[in-house]
Design a protein around this ligand. Structure first.
Ligand code: HEC
Length: 194
């Protein structure tokens, strides 16, 4: 009996070491550039892990602030200041930076319905590692973040006037010039960077 158990332990340890070794050898061979679209498996796996991590860590707290016109307006102000450069003033994530992200910049125009208030708070306060999403919790007080969440929830209900104002704002934001795309090999090992 003891010998069978010892055998199982040895096999399990050997498998774990082989898997860790494979990871250490294989993972650095993967292409981690933001321009490449990763494999279906990597996208699904990373998406699953990030989503589960947010759900596991976020508090199940609803927004403590009421959706008054004043709070929404304050949220809009913060959002335009810190988020619109990436997510666009109307949450459409249309490209204002002239850059490629992977995972792509999330569209918020539908109000991020798949996340609860607490999860949105967690994402905005902490950011999401290995993506372009920064964390804002260290330099913003909770009230500012909750107000931005009110604004994000308001995005699907924009009035025609609000839309027109936001569009105008989008036009006024610094526009990037169109550059011709550089071939991917330009950034590869052995090539000089300009
Ligand atoms: C530098 C660009 C950048 C800035 C600035 C930025 N974000 Fe993001 N954000 C991203 C990217 C990229 C993702 C996608 C991350 C992912 O898919 O895991 C994202 C994801 C999110 C998500 C998750 C949405 C979803 O459906 O998965 C929310 C919510 C969010 N951002 C809100 C904000 C808010 C609010 C601000 C401003 C306080 C902000 N972001 C600033 C790039 C940015």
């Amino acid at each position: 009996m003891m010998r069978v158990l010892a055998g199982i332990v040895v096999v399990v340890c050997a498998c774990a070491i082989a898997a860790a070794g494979a990871l250490v050898v294989i993972a650095p061979q993967l292409n981690f550039t933001a321009r490449a679209t990763p494999s279906w498996l990597e996208t699904r796996l990373a998406g699953y892990v990030l989503r589960r991590a947010v759900r596991n860590h976020a508090a199940a707290q609803p927004n403590p602030l009421p959706a008054t016109a004043e709070n929404i307006k304050a949220g809009e102000h913060e959002y335009l200041e810190h988020c619109a450069v990436c997510h666009a003033p109307d949450g459409s994530a249309r490209d204002l930076l002239g850059a490629d992200f992977f995972p792509p910049i999330a569209r918020l125009a539908r109000g991020a319905p798949s996340w609860s208030d607490g999860e949105l708070y967690y994402i905005i306060a902490n950011g999401i590692r290995y993506t372009g999403m920064p964390g804002f919790g260290q330099r913003h007080d909770p009230g500012e973040i909750w107000k931005m969440i009110l604004w994000i929830r308001h995005l699907p209900h924009l009035t025609a006037q609000e839309k027109a104002e936001l569009n105008q704002r989008g036009e006024c934001m610094p526009q990037h010039e169109q550059h011709s795309p550089a071939p991917l090999s330009y950034f590869s090992r052995g090539k000089r960077l300009a």
